[in-house]
Design a protein around this ligand. Structure first.
Ligand SMILES: Nc1nc2c(ncn2[C@@H]2O[C@H](COP(=O)(O)OP(=O)(O)OP(=O)(O)O)[C@@H](O)[C@H]2O)c(=O)[nH]1
Ligand SMILES: [Mg+2]
Length: 334
């Protein structure tokens, strides 16, 4: 079994920027063991005053749009400016594949060797909600360790964009030129979440198409209702090969940061995110507690069979389930 240290050990190591300790603390956060979880919470509490000082950026887009490649270019640029960058991922598919950002580490070759960058693959989780919760805590640990830019990559699968949008200050949507919205799996909803759009691979033969797409998307975005933050999402073109768009994006991020810090929207957004986090965690825990009651599975099986057959309505079925404690009263199901 792995050795555990007292909470101070982790907290002190993190606050001095020690990578090994940071990684160990993240492993605690990701652990499903109750004692690890308790230790993780103690560590988080200790470092909490040192969190919140980074720019939190979410990046999404369909598989193959160029997220990893762009992060490699953008991240290298940022560390060149003296920033400390952490790259995290929310990947609902990683439970099956064992962490796709792991494979990405090889794609982010330069960045993974960069001493001012820290790449952490998505935790394998039982649910998207669980993965999101752990990524939030990991983000706080990274902030306490001194990372001032946090990039969270997610592939546009399921609701993962919404989860990531709910933990960042700035949400960037990468898109391909000429691929068609349907092809990109882009529900209108995702575009509405974006603080900026970046048309990727704007190089070689693709340049002209990328420029056209930029104008088209900019026009499309004008039709969306204003966000209320005073920010109008710009559309840029970019290329990881030529470096186009990299510096522009950083400039836009800073403008956004400045605006939303001045007008109070960044604080408001973070406060709302914290509340949403709390509520979703509470919901998860309640659900977990409920379904993990002894005998629950059997009771559910019986009730669901009756509901399916139409002999019991969902209303009374739920009532029955909530009213009786399976531990004390199982007689009626036997
Ligand atoms: N020409 C060109 N090709 C690019 C650019 N960026 C990425 N690519 C290529 O596009 C392919 C996909 O890039 P990735 O960065 O792996 O895409 P991704 O969005 O991270 O994909 P997933 O991790 O599968 O979701 C790779 O073959 C890259 O070499 C670019 O700026 N220009
Ligand atoms: Mg990738």
């Amino acid at each position: 079994m792995r050795h555990r240290f007292p909470p101070d050990h982790y907290a002190n190591g993190i606050l001095t920027g020690d990578r090994l300790t940071l990684s160990r603390a993240i492993t605690l956060v990701e652990s499903t063991r109750a004692d690890d979880q308790q230790l993780a919470q103690q560590v988080l509490e200790q470092v909490l005053p040192k969190t919140g000082k980074s720019i939190r950026i979410g990046i999404t887009g369909v598989p193959g749009v160029g997220k990893s490649t762009f992060i490699e270019a953008f991240g290298t640029y940022l560390t060149g400016l003296g920033h400390q960058l952490a790259v995290l991922a929310v990947d609902p598919t990683s439970q099956r594949s064992g962490g796709s950002l792991l494979g990405d580490k090889t794609r982010m070759e330069t960045l993974s060797m960069n001493l001012n960058a820290y790449i952490r693959p998505s935790p394998a989780g039982d649910s998207l909600g669980g993965v999101g919760h752990r990524t939030r805590e990991t983000m706080l640990l990274c902030e306490a360790a001194g990372f001032d830019v946090i990039l969270i990559e997610t592939v546009g699968v399921g609701q993962s964009e919404t989860v990531v949008h709910g933990m960042v200050d700035f949400f960037l949507l990468l898109m391909l030129a000429g691929a068609g919205d349907e092809l990109q799996g882009m529900k209108r909803g995702i575009m509405e979440l974006a603080d900026a759009l970046l048309i990727t691979k704007a190089d070689g033969d693709n340049r002209a198409a990328a420029s056209r797409a930029r104008v088209e998307y900019q026009n499309a975005l004008h039709l969306f209702p204003p966000t209320g933050s005073g920010w109008f999402p710009p559309v840029l073109t970019g290329s990881a090969l030529t470096g186009e768009g990299v510096a522009d994006l950083w400039q836009i991020l800073q403008q956004h940061q400045q605006l939303t810090m001045q007008n109070g929207h960044r604080l408001q957004r973070r406060q709302e995110q914290q509340l949403t986090w709390f509520r979703s965690l509470l919901r998860q825990r309640l659900e977990g507690q409920f379904y993990n009651q002894p005998g629950m599975r059997e009771r559910l099986t019986i009730l669901e069979a009756q509901v399916r057959a139409g002999t019991l309505l969902p209303g009374p079925a739920v009532q029955t389930l909530l009213a009786t404690s399976p531990a004390t009263d199982r007689s009626q199901f036997e």
